[in-house]
Design a binder for this molecule. Structure first.
Ligand code: PXP
Length: 249
């Protein structure tokens, strides 16, 4: 059974690369941002190498693997190309996410239940290579059970809908989604899965999720990179860390 305990913060640096790529060239450097995040208390760095390379590049992944002192959580779609890249680098963790070219960001959770056999075969070599395999899913019992059956060690609950309802002022729907996530975090934990959460979290929305005792890790990116414009990346991360720790106690 997975233990509950200290909540980890994974800082997602994709959108440092988005700003860099808006102009081409080398600035701002995602590796420098990752090192700063480490200094500011990030327990891990998350980066999503998308099929279209719209933000993180292959060279960024090389640089992260060479330079990080904290674990890399490599987000990837379930494609042969990404599997090869992951097996070459053998990052500490891989998180399998759905990916559509036309989407602005990862819009929904992975459909595990329908793709169970395919995904079981897909993640087996990653597990054998020593990567901790996480599956990014909605708070849905069917998907959690399927993630468990295919041999994932971790599920990451998609907090995007909860955050969107909050931003749009649909507080009844937000609270219902939060309740669903609370129940599903406990359910996944009871199956022996480690539970993570992320997507769209901000200072306003992080604490109710951080308070779930089963959640071991939050992965947060876009808001922190935006907030860094106003207060700097280190202070933006420190404040998120403070809010997470306060919610946990
Ligand atoms: N977790 C997963 C699986 C994601 O795909 C993303 C976005 O790349 C995040 C967390 C972080 O989301 P955000 O950038 O909105 O904080």
């Amino acid at each position: 059974m997975t233990q509950t305990g200290q909540l980890r913060l994974g800082v997602n640096i994709d959108h440092v690369a988005t700003v860099r790529n808006a102009r081409g060239g080398a600035y701002p450097d995602p590796i420098r941002a990752a090192k700063l995040a480490e200094e500011a208390g990030a327990d891990g760095i998350t980066a999503h190498l998308r099929e279209d390379r719209r933000h993180i590049s292959d060279a960024d992944i090389d640089g992260l693997m060479e330079n990080l002192s904290v674990p890399l959580n490599f987000e990837m779609a379930a494609t042969d190309e990404m599997q090869k890249i992951a097996l070459r680098h053998k990052p500490h963790a891989v998180c399998i996410v759905p990916e559509k070219r036309e989407e602005k960001t990862t819009e929904g959770g992975l459909e595990v239940a329908r793709e169970e056999n395919k995904l079981a075969h897909f993640i087996a070599p990653l597990r054998e290579a020593g990567c901790r395999v996480s599956i990014f899913i909605a708070a849905d019992q069917r998907q959690i059970e399927a993630a468990h059956r295919i041999g994932a060690q971790v599920i990451e609950l998609h907090t995007g809908a909860y955050c969107d309802f909050h931003a749009e002022g649909h507080f009844d729907k937000r609270d219902a989604e939060l309740e669903r996530m609370r129940e599903m975090a406990a359910y996944a934990h009871s199956l022996g899965l480690e539970v993570h959460a992320g997507h769209g979290l901000t200072y306003d929305t992080v604490q109710p999720v951080a308070a779930f005792p089963e959640v071991m890790e939050l992965n947060i990116g876009h808001f922190l990179v935006g907030e860094a414009i106003f207060r700097g990346l280190g202070p933006a991360i420190s404040e998120m860390r403070r809010l997470m720790d306060a919610a946990r106690t």
